[in-house]
Design a binder for this molecule. Structure first.
Ligand SMILES: [Fe+2]
Ligand SMILES: [Fe+2]
Length: 325
């Protein structure tokens, strides 16, 4: 179905329509699912929203890992709510992607067989309770930095999903920072755990903004279409500028000996992450890639009887309706 749609769409594309489409975007209009849109816009959005939805779903795994071992009932309830929010984000986003003509099952299958990606950050393990702090603070923090501008993105359903998601992401970030505050002000062993979590999650968080603008192939067109609102480097800088003072407040050290505030510009100079590691994780060689995909595949297989049952029920209902007519 998807391939068919792309084919018929491509044959209808003409320069006048393209110009009118761009003019609408430039004027700040929202593009809605039934509006005409260029094939590339549709394809890029399906990839971007689908990838985003998959990240929310796979992103539940590293934190889900600690729900049963949360140190108090209160922490458990908070973490549970947070992880549940991420499932909700995945669902909003799958719905937004579906308005572009792809089904949720197709998207899921592409995730499970590796044709579609999710954010590389979720291929890193969560080794201690302090990692719950670092993930909320840094990973959700970087996600917010990426997502707040996307509330103004040109595609209506995506933009509206982002508005709801961002509200919840700020709570996620605060709960993470709250854990870090507790740990950093705790016993020397707890503070050490907090520092270790920061050490392990700092560079992977910087990678979440993607490679440098010079290497990012899709950037220019996506910026013109307002699918991407800022460059990767702009957002990364913003994240560093916001996060370093927060680390200082915790009394923790950012693991970067070149980190330095430029008094004139107000921006921090910082070291780039190891991009060869990034591309390696992207290729499937991160510490948890196999484990994450295996977990999603198992969930899909285990849920088959539920899907089959629902479909059988729907078929029966339809048959009864036909018989009654
Ligand atoms: Fe989320
Ligand atoms: Fe989140």
């Amino acid at each position: 179905m998807y391939a068919q749609m792309i084919k018929s769409e491509a044959s209808r594309e003409d320069p006048e329509k393209l110009a009118a489409f761009q003019a609408r975007i430039d004027a700040g209009d929202k593009i809605e699912p039934k509006d005409w849109m260029p094939l590339g816009y549709r394809k890029t959005l399906i990839r971007q929203i689908g990838q985003h939805a998959h990240s929310e779903i796979v992103g539940q795994l590293p934190e889900g890992n600690w729900i049963t071992r949360a140190p108090t009932l209160e922490r458990k309830a908070i973490l549970l709510a947070k992880v549940q929010d991420e499932a909700g984000h995945g669902l909003y986003l799958y719905c937004a992607a579906e308005t572009l003509g792809v089904t949720r099952d197709e998207l899921t299958e592409m995730l499970l067989d590796g044709r579609m990606k999710y954010s590389s950050i979720f291929n890193y393990p969560t080794l201690t309770w302090a990692d719950m702090g670092a993930v909320g603070w840094l990973v959700d923090g970087a996600a917010i930095m990426n997502q707040v501008p996307l509330q103004r993105t040109s595609f209506g359903p995506y933009s509206r999903a982002m508005i709801r998601i961002c509200k919840e992401e700020s709570f996620h970030q605060r709960q993470g920072y709250d854990i870090m505050m507790k740990m950093a002000a705790g016993t020397p062993a707890q503070k050490k755990m907090a520092q270790d979590a920061l050490n392990r999650f700092w560079y992977p968080s910087l990678m979440m903004f993607g490679p440098s603008d010079k290497e990012s192939v899709h950037s220019e067109q996506s910026m013109a279409w307002k699918i991407k609102m800022n460059t990767n480097d702009e957002l990364r800088q913003k994240f560093v500028d916001q996060t370093v003072p927060q680390a200082h407040y915790l009394g923790l050290t950012v693991p970067d000996e070149h980190l330095k505030l430029d008094e004139e510009t107000g921006h921090y100079a910082f070291s780039q992450p190891d991009w060869s590691e990034f591309f390696d994780v992207l290729k499937g060689n991160g510490p948890c890639n196999r484990e994450r995909l295996a977990a999603r595949n198992k969930a899909w297989d285990d849920g088959k009887w539920v899907r089959d049952g629902l479909l059988a029920h729907a078929d029966k209902k339809a048959a009864r309706k036909v018989a009654a007519e």
